[in-house]
Design a protein around this ligand. Structure first.
Ligand code: DGJ
Length: 731
């Protein structure tokens, strides 16, 4: 027993609780584990919410049942079996050696542990001190197959968070095949919950979509081998009345970077089932006797303070107990990246003036993007050959990195370690290293192919190549890119009946490689990227404290992208750059001020040819750098609040509030200006209502309650694409 987790033996009841949330389960007839409740804390549960009994047509009973009113098809459950009379989406589908996939998982026992055990081979949230969380492990067993499921539930003491994961153990004499194994199932009583998801596309990631849930099955999924730009691995369930600052909001977020499915089913009685985990499409896994399979972790959160409350819960957890990098709380260097400045067309002589200009303007890091290795003059060659291109750097890479360092700048370097070009030395030496089905041409995407990272020798090759460069001590930052999705899921290293394991083995291999590199080179600032935000997820954040949010650097498009991303991910994870106009993705021209304010709302940098700026623009850059240096700690470490959404009449606005509420930085943005505009208010959030705050620009003083309840009229925009900054300090 533990003060966070109670087991009531007489009622067969588990209660995980802290000051903010409660999670309740009960052992029902036949040992079925039923889900009772997840939501605001209840100090004590008096057994009033046992699932009522009623005989329902075509919802059958379990073998040996006397009571026709008890059916697995209607009971809210913790982890449903398949083939045993629950017709809703199952959490597991396990084929046994005899071909049957019927399983009947029943309660066997439990264990309560202090703290939170790590998940073998997978990224996961952690604790620093055993007292800050407790973990309940409930074991369910299917007696015919002798497969055991350890359902683990960690509750954090100070957070409205429960993490879950499942360990499958084959205790039988014969192998079984996992066809589906979710990380979480969460059943809700009949509700009118709505679902918020984050769909998108390359250069249009994480757009907020809110929908009603009707009868039937709905799935938010990726089978692209990566989290994807197209559908994030997060959803929120909210009531119709939930807003940014009020109402109930549940969050479900996978700590995984591969294929995922978050499935919802509203059943015949209006009850809602959520099942989330690795996508069962393109997945199966052989489990020999005594072997185990660990699912990825899922982070469940609950807030009764609307979506901002939910985001706060995720932001704090991710910043404090997921990202491990020593850079998490260090000021991130303001960088200039040469991608949109030069693309592939550069050599050392051409880059030097950009470096000179960066130093002169006060930037802190130069990042050399794609094209420095092999003979890569375009995107058709050289991936896999992590050797400097002597044509572009005749005196070697170190000659250039020395130059950058002598200018007082840090040096960053781009890699795309998971890929191979056919036109590469690596391919000529190891044509079998890529994922490709026998007797078929693998499908190209950006003319590149995916390395089989499930194989140790492939990982070793890439590790050695990268380590040789990183060990020079010249590289302060690495941008880890990944620019295609999987097509040819076949590994030469696996037998025919294990090909369903390729995608997940790839992920385990990727995580092993990331672990080795980030642990052996911990002082490097690692930035994740996948054609922008194609793998913006908690799995990658475990290794990398920042991720390139999108290849779309247009500041207007970025408002919606950064807004949607912030639903789960803190600004400290989001990198954002000022780029040239007309913008390379949208053709739009916006002011330097707007571009600066949007980029400063994340981890700040530039992505343009600094030498081409006008004197006025250079002056603006100097001011932006000083401004970002002034505010970056607040942006990185403060609490982020969404104030009003992009593309609304009021226009997008958001703020950063210091943990002690002594300071606030807010931005308001307008898109298209209007004739006869309505006056719009901006109401701030998260301030101390008792304190007085001074506007640092006007010196005007306001109460925190005034700023939050009355708000301020926003300036009226004259012209398109404007932004305003507000900076308040408590007196
Ligand atoms: C995609 C990235 O998102 C870009 O920033 C850039 O690094 C290119 N790849 C380079 O190929």
């Amino acid at each position: 027993m533990n003060d966070l987790i109670e087991f009531d033996e007489t009622q067969g009841l588990f209660h995980l609780h802290n000051q903010q949330i409660s999670y309740l389960m009960a052992i029902e007839d036949f040992g079925l584990l039923s889900h009772l409740y997840f939501g605001p804390a209840v100090a004590q549960y008096h057994g009033q919410r046992r699932y009522p009994r009623r005989d329902r047509g075509f919802s059958g009973n379990l073998p040996g049942a006397e009571d026709r009113r008890f059916s697995p098809d209607t009971l809210p459950q913790e982890f449903s079996s398949s083939g045993a009379g629950d017709y809703r989406i199952p959490a597991a589908e396990i084929y046994q050696a005899n071909g049957s996939k019927a399983t009947d998982f029943v309660y066997q026992g439990y264990q309560i542990l202090a703290g939170k055990p790590q998940l073998a081979g997978l990224p996961a949230t952690f604790v620093q001190d055993q007292a800050e969380a407790a973990t309940l492990v409930i074991t369910l067993v299917d007696s015919a197959s002798q497969v055991a499921l350890d359902l683990s539930y960690t509750i954090y003491r100070q957070r409205p968070i429960i993490t879950r994961a499942v360990l499958v153990r084959n205790q039988g004499q014969t192998p079984v095949r996992l066809n589906k194994i979710a990380s979480v199932q969460l059943d809700f009583p009949a509700t009118d919950l709505e679902v918020i998801s984050l769909p998108g596309a390359h250069v249009r990631e994480r757009q907020v979509q809110r929908e009603k849930i009707g009868y039937g099955v709905k799935s938010f999924a990726s089978r692209r081998g990566a989290t994807s730009h197209q559908m994030s691995n997060f959803i929120s369930l909210v009531t119709p009345a939930t807003t940014e600052n009020q109402g109930a909001a549940y969050g479900i977020e996978l700590v995984y970077s591969g294929n995922h499915a978050l499935e919802l089913e509203q059943d015949q009685l209006g009850q809602l089932r959520l099942v989330a985990g690795i996508n069962q499409a393109d997945f199966s896994w052989q489990l020999a006797p005594l072997e185990q399979f660990q699912t990825p972790e899922v982070i469940l959160a609950y807030s009764d303070q609307g979506l901002n409350g939910l985001s706060q819960a995720y932001h704090h957890l991710l910043k404090e107990r997921l990202v491990r990098s020593p850079w998490q709380n260090r000021p991130r260097p303001i960088l200039v990246n040469n991608w949109e400045a030069t693309y592939f067309d550069f050599d050392e002589a051409k880059l030097r003036p950009i470096v000179d200009q960066a130093a002169e303007l006060g930037l802190e890091m130069f990042v050399l993007d794609d094209g420095w290795f092999g003979h890569r003059d375009n995107d058709r060659s050289s991936l896999g050959d992590w050797v400097v291109d002597q044509r572009k750097f005749p005196q070697g890479l170190t000659h250039f990195t020395n130059y950058v360092h002598q200018k007082g700048l840090k040096f960053g370097l781009w890699f795309e370690p998971e890929m191979i070009s056919r036109d590469s030395a690596l391919y000529h030496a190891h044509p079998d290293y890529l994922l490709a089905a026998p007797d078929r041409q693998p499908a190209p995407s950006r003319d590149q192919f995916v390395l089989d990272l499930g194989r140790a020798e492939v990982r070793e090759n890439i590790y050695q190549q990268m380590a040789a460069i990183l060990a020079t001590g010249q590289i302060d930052y690495v941008k880890w890119d990944m620019n295609r999705h999987f097509a040819d899921l076949f590994s030469d290293a696996l037998p025919a009946d294990r090909q369903g394991e390729v995608s997940h083995r790839y992920m385990l291999g990727l995580y092993a490689l990331l672990e080795r590199l980030t642990q052996n080179f911990p002082q490097i600032l690692w930035e994740g990227c996948s054609g922008g935000g194609g793998r913006f997820d908690a799995g990658m954040a475990y290794y990398m404290p920042q991720i390139w949010t999108s290849d779309n650097t247009d500041s207007v498009a970025r408002l919606a992208i950064q807004w949607g991303t912030s639903l789960v991910y803190p600004p400290s994870l989001m990198t954002a750059h000022v780029s040239a106009v007309p913008n390379h993705q949208t053709g739009r021209t916006t002011s330097m001020a707007l571009r600066g304010d949007v980029a400063m709302s994340g981890m700040f940098g530039y992505e343009l040819d600094l030498t081409k700026l006008t004197p006025a623009e250079k002056q603006a850059v100097k001011v932006q750098i000083a401004t970002d240096q002034q505010y970056r700690a607040l942006v990185q470490q403060g609490d982020f609040y969404r104030l009003s959404a992009p593309e609304t009449p009021a226009g997008c606005a958001w703020s950063f509030v210091a943990a002690d509420r002594s300071e606030m930085l807010a931005f308001a943005f307008s898109e298209l200006s209007q004739a006869q505009p309505a006056f719009q208010l901006i109401k701030f959030v998260g301030l101390d209502p008792q304190r007085q705050y001074q506007d640092q620009a006007t010196r005007q003083v306001y109460g925190g309650d005034e700023l939050m309840n009355l708000g301020l009229y926003r300036p009226v925009a004259s012209g398109d694409f404007q932004s305003w900054r507000y900076h308040f300090r408590a007196l």
